[in-house]
Design a protein around this ligand. Structure first.
Ligand SMILES: [Fe+2]
Length: 220
């Protein structure tokens, strides 16, 4: 089913903000509180769960993620059968710990998502065209190439996976919980001459979703 969203202009890059209902937020947060976490990220500190996309208890969350991706798929005219939410994991940053996640991107994904379940430190995005600041008239040397964003509890941000981002140190008095995910195309990709696709792939992911039902996602 089609999901509502708000386009956000980050630098020159369009990102998309969705919002889930209260029940999904509360029930998912309850599940995250009981997950097992380890410190995989650099620098150590931020805690990460194992993959959650295949776990039945997360089905409602994964369905919603997929519906948000499907909505963008239709609206932006992606040339593939399906963009599948193929990997998702939870992150926890303890209140007042100052833990953060260094700048990184999500290679081999198309859109990535960050679903915020609590308040806490913002995500920092880096302008992919940061060099243009060198030609601007900042006399104090300040370079305006970073942007801090937090979607609030229940907010989901979808952004192109090539965007470099980090999480700021969590100095707030709240455990910061989020779920991140990646997407990968599946089925026929980029139809070329004679109606033949450039590639045909089978993507493991949330479910074997099959072709997208355009009618279900068409704009009103
Ligand atoms: Fe990330």
């Amino acid at each position: 089913m089609r999901q509502n969203y708000q386009p956000l202009n980050f630098f020159p890059i369009q990102c998309y903000e969705f919002r889930c209902d209260r029940f999904l937020l509360d029930s998912t947060l309850g599940l995250l509180l009981n997950l097992e976490y380890k410190s995989f990220n650099e620098p150590t500190g931020v805690l990460t769960s194992a993959d959650i996309q295949g776990r039945e208890i997360f089905s409602p969350l994964m369905s919603w993620f997929q519906e948000c991706v499907d909505t963008l798929h239709v609206d932006t005219g992606l040339n593939c059968d399906r963009l599948v939410v193929n990997k998702a994991w939870a992150n926890k940053s303890v209140a007042g710990s100052g833990h953060h996640h260094d700048a990184h991107r999500h290679p081999m994904s198309y859109y990535s998502g960050i679903f915020y379940l609590t308040q806490g430190a913002p995500t920092i995005f880096i302008d992919p065209l940061f060099q243009r600041e060198w030609g601007s008239f900042y006399l104090d040397g300040k370079v305006n190439s970073e942007l801090a964003y937090h979607g609030g509890a229940g907010g989901l941000l979808l952004f192109p996976s090539y965007m470099i981002h980090a999480s700021a140190p969590n100095t707030e008095d709240v455990d910061r919980y989020s779920v991140a995910f990646n997407t990968f195309p599946s089925g026929d990709i980029n139809l070329g001459g004679h109606g033949l696709p450039m590639a045909r792939v089978k993507t493991e992911g949330w479910k074997d979703l099959g072709p997208l039902s355009l009618d279900e996602y068409a704009r009103d």
